[in-house]
Design a protein. Structure first.
Length: 503
């Protein structure tokens, strides 16, 4: 889930979830308070709302049954209402409802049942109590009076005639303290419920957001520590479809590229060291030969013109070999920066390869190697190529073949064929061949089919890789086939030049 969607959803849940839970809790508390009221105060369900919404209604219903009983006695047995023991008994029952009795005779209080339920004393109550006759018999609404003060009170009046003919009034006084415990308890429960709901909602949302953000952050932290320690061999296994997932995927891609770059750098450094080692080794052999033959001339060992000419030719050949190695080194640096200098021209295939064969043939003849040339292409066939670089390709292939010749009758065959839109060049030797497992890698830099090196099979190790690069830059392709103890054939193709005529 997207982080933006997660935050929007979190906002909605923070608003809706507490409201929903609070409504459920309020409904539950309402039901509990309703049942409590029914059990303790004799109310019914249809009047429950009025009980919680009106203080007077609650105070009135607290003592409803007591008022009815006393009103009935005032009609049937008024003498009982004058007995102090009975009044004390009723007063004790009213204490549980935060109420008490007052009995007045001819306007004077003769029984006062308050023991801390009221903040007023007898004299204050005597001034506030309604006079005899103000209550209408049978009309309960006119028999109740509300007294407002620091503590609200409800007075229910019952008038009757005493046994001695005096005027008697019994008052049931109910203070608002009677409903405060329930209100306080309900308020406390509501406050606690609201706090619990908010805490629960905040906790769930915090866990949800934490798991959605901190988990990938911890993975990224571990990843950055690994990179700091130089360890790139790890993966970030977090693939969620959100912003953090995108960040982890980008970080993983960065790690892969960094690892590839590091490995490429290490490979390049290794190749450079191998190149330096190969060039140093291969230069050492001709330099040693040049020094040896030069000393032979200086010391007079070459005492005949024939010997001197042979020594000088050997020195010349070794100098050429060193020049070729240095040229390969220069070209190698140009390959790495894709800066090989090309000078493309239209070349007649027959004429060009005839000249190449003449040049190569002289060198091979001095080495005692046979050369055969076959041109099956039309004499007017033309290609677009760099003559110098194409000559380098042919020389590198031929020199590589000569290097691994181990037969007495060494032979190289060069064939030019027409294959549709391309001309195909085949250079075949009868050397020792290449193992099938090595054949796919012979064009890789510094790859050697021989596990060990010697002066006979030396070389920089980049000759065929240079060949491949030049042929590909010409838009061609190169490959090879080989059989052990039979020989190797190198193939490369170049596209023909075709003029586009405007009709």
């Amino acid at each position: 889930m997207k982080l933006r969607t997660r935050l929007i959803l979190t906002f909605c849940i923070i608003i809706l979830m507490p409201i929903t839970l609070m409504i459920a809790l309020f409904s539950g508390l309402y039901a509990l308070q309703t049942r409590f009221t029914e059990q303790n105060y004799g109310t019914d369900m249809q009047n429950t709302y009025s009980i919680f919404s009106g203080t007077l209604e609650v105070m009135n219903r607290y003592t409803e049954s007591d008022y009815t009983e006393l009103l009935e006695l005032s009609r049937t047995d008024p003498d009982l209402l004058e007995r102090e023991d009975y009044l004390t008994q009723v007063n004790e029952e009213l204490k549980d409802k935060s109420s008490f009795l007052i009995f007045c005779k001819d306007g004077t209080i003769v029984f006062y049942g308050s023991e801390g339920e009221s903040e007023w004393d007898e004299e204050q109550w005597e001034a506030y109590l309604p006079s005899y006759g103000e209550a209408e018999a049978g009309d309960r609404s006119k028999a109740s009076y509300f007294v407002d003060g620091d503590t609200q009170s409800l007075i229910k009046q019952i008038d009757f005639s005493c046994s001695d003919g005096s005027e008697g009034s019994i008052y049931i006084i109910t203070t608002s303290e009677s409903i405060m415990p329930e209100i306080r308890r309900m308020l406390v429960e509501l406050v606690v419920s609201v706090i619990l709901v908010l805490a629960l909602t905040a906790g769930l949302m915090t866990i949800w957001i934490y798991r959605g953000t901190m988990t990938p952050i911890k993975k990224l932290q571990v990843a950055t520590n690994n990179i700091k320690e130089g360890n790139l061999d790890f993966t970030i296994d977090y693939d969620e479809p959100d912003e953090m997932g995108d960040l982890c995927r980008n970080f993983e891609e960065m790690r892969k590229r960094l690892k590839e770059s590091t490995e490429e750098k290490m490979t390049t450094e290794k190749e450079n060291k191998a190149l330096i080692s190969n060039i140093a080794h291969d230069l050492k052999t001709p330099i040693t030969a040049v020094k040896g033959y030069s000393e032979g001339i200086l010391d007079g060992v070459a005492d005949t013109p024939e010997k001197q000419e042979r020594y000088m030719r050997t020195i010349y050949n070794k100098a050429n070999e060193m020049d070729r190695l240095l040229n390969e080194l220069t070209l190698y640096s140009q390959i790495d920066t894709n800066r090989i200098p090309y000078n493309f021209n239209k070349i007649n295939v027959s004429a060009y390869f005839a000249d190449c064969i003449d040049e190569i043939g002289l060198d091979l003849e001095t080495r005692g190697i046979g050369l055969s040339y076959f041109n099956y292409a039309d004499e007017h066939t033309v290609i677009i190529a760099d003559p110098e670089q194409l000559m380098r390709v042919i020389n590198n292939i031929v020199n590589n073949a000569v290097k691994y010749m181990d037969t007495r009758k060494a032979q190289i065959n060069i064939r030019i064929k027409d294959v549709g839109d391309f001309i195909q060049v085949e250079i075949e030797d009868n050397g020792k061949g290449i193992e099938a497992r090595d054949l796919p890698y012979i064009f890789d830099r510094f790859y050697r089919t021989d596990a060990s090196r010697n002066s006979a099979t030396g070389g920089s190790g980049i000759g065929l890789s240079i060949v491949k690069k030049i042929i590909e830059d010409h838009g061609g392709k190169i490959w090879a086939t080989s059989k052990i103890n039979t020989g190797t054939i190198m193939y490369f193709v170049l596209r023909k030049y075709q003029e586009v005529r405007n009709e």
